[in-house]
Design a binder for this molecule. Structure first.
Ligand code: GUN
Ligand code: ZN
Length: 434
């Protein structure tokens, strides 16, 4: 068994930071050593030259080594339509998104996009993501096949949508159910892949399709569920017209048994108190998508209200409503949204959210999201001197907190010096885009 040791400044979280002075929430080694064998972390110590004898040592000093970033919500099939010039959600969906996603019915398209999509994730330090594929089963095959090739822990599923979309993008309650079942059997638990049952949102699913989703959840309780909730005012009122018997938007998913600890709900911006309580009681995850919420003018996520109500929270890019593949850019915008809300997000909390926080939201603590013995060696190496502006500012940085905030505020893919997926170097081996 060959041993690799990564040497560098190691930072990992053990709990959610309760303020800037909560030093017990993280572990920081100024000259740390992460020992890796068979893709897993086998030791985390201060570096010791005698102990490292016989191992391959890769020295990343003075960079920081953190757990690889986790992105809780994005649409890989929208990779080529970021920056589509639409006003707000429903116009954006109808004018651009539903046109773009139709391309995934063409032979070969999904494979080409999946490959470029994974390159972009790695370029930005993301080692695990939860994605919506298109309605076409072959888009799911391409997604998981590419993940398997790269040995990445990826979650995703075929979008189910049987109304309020172009004919070429509609399935039926039966075909959506059958295809999802077939894809779960094919991909869930194969290599590092995990499946997410994915009714797009209430507007594009009939009650019959939500009932079919409920049946899938009952049959496959290990799978995740992902959908969209309470992103935009027009979306909320249209949803309530379509489901007049439900108490509110959250009530629609509640009525079909779709809430629970494995349920990821994109956006959750305009929830009433009952909805917030239901999310907390069911352990469902509200997924904050900052760049998308700003780009589509959807609204300002209320982190404090949800947190105080006991709702589990994650964070995500929401490509292609979101405007960056990078979690650093995403947390920069998260910070600014919360500033507008009069809420503070500490740099420690930002980096917690991208790593252990999102791993916990996926119930995958102990597998990813922390630099800890037994976890997968999915890691990111961060360079806070990556650009001249960053280097200039670094001259005045005096603490780890300031360095993290600089990385979040000025950093992008250029700050991602290296990425490891299951112990293998991934970023330095990337090719150029075709
Ligand atoms: N609601 C339903 N589908 C989508 C989507 O593709 N992106 C966003 N941002 N919201 C949605
Ligand atoms: Zn989305």
């Amino acid at each position: 068994m060959s041993l690799t040791i990564l040497r560098g400044r190691v930072l990992t979280f053990v709990s959610e930071p309760q303020g800037l002075d909560d030093h017990a929430s993280y572990r920081y080694l100024e000259d740390g050593a992460i020992s890796i064998a068979d893709g897993k972390i086998v030791a985390v110590n201060d570096f010791d030259a005698a102990m490292a004898a016989g191992a391959e040592v890769i020295d990343h000093r003075p960079h920081l080594i953190l757990p690889g970033f986790i992105d809780l919500h994005l649409h890989y099939v929208q990779s080529q339509m970021i920056a589509a010039y639409a006003g707000s959600l429903l116009e954006w969906l109808n004018t651009y998104t539903f046109v773009e996603e139709q391309k995934f019915g063409q032979q070969g398209h999904a494979g080409a996009v999946a490959s470029a999509f994974y390159d972009e994730l790695i370029r930005n330090g993301t080692t695990t993501a939860v994605a919506y594929c298109s309605v076409h089963p072959q888009s799911v095959d391409a997604y998981f096949a590419e993940a398997e090739k790269r040995n990445m822990l990826m979650i995703g599923g075929k979008v189910m949508m049987d109304r309020n979309a172009p004919e070429a993008l509609r399935d039926t309650p039966q075909s959506g159910y059958d295809d999802t079942r077939m894809l779960i059997e094919r991909w869930h638990g194969r290599a590092r892949g995990l499946y997410a049952i994915s009714p797009r949102f209430a507007i594009t699913s009939t009650p019959e399709q939500l009932a079919a989703s409920q049946a899938l959840v009952a049959e496959y309780p290990d799978c995740y569920v992902q959908t969209h909730l309470s992103e935009n005012a027009a979306e909320i009122s249209f949803s309530m017209e379509l489901y007049p018997k439900s108490m509110d938007y959250t009530g629609i998913y509640e009525d079909y048994g779709l809430l629970g600890r494995k349920t990821l709900l994109g956006h959750c911006i305009h929830l009433n108190h009952r909805e917030t309580r239901v999310l907390a009681e069911t352990g469902s995850v509200a997924v904050f998508c900052p760049t998308s919420n700003l780009f589509l003018g959807s609204g300002l996520f209320d982190r404090e209200r949800l947190m105080h109500a006991g709702v589990r929270i994650g964070v995500a890019t929401d490509i292609g409503g979101g405007t960056s593949f990078g979690m650093l850019r995403t947390m920069d915008e998260a910070y600014k949204i919360l500033q507008l809300r009069g809420q503070r997000l500490t740099p420690f909390n930002s980096f917690y959210m991208m790593t252990l926080g999102n791993a916990r939201a996926l119930s995958l603590e102990g597998t990813i999201g922390a630099i800890a013995v037994g976890n997968s060696a999915d890691l990111v190496v961060l360079n806070a001197n990556a650009t001249s502006a960053m280097a200039m500012r670094m001259l005045t940085v005096r603490s780890l907190m300031e360095e993290l905030f600089l990385l979040q505020t000025l950093g992008d893919d250029r700050s991602i010096a290296e990425v490891y997926v299951a112990g293998a170097r991934a970023k330095s081996t990337l090719g150029g885009l075709a």
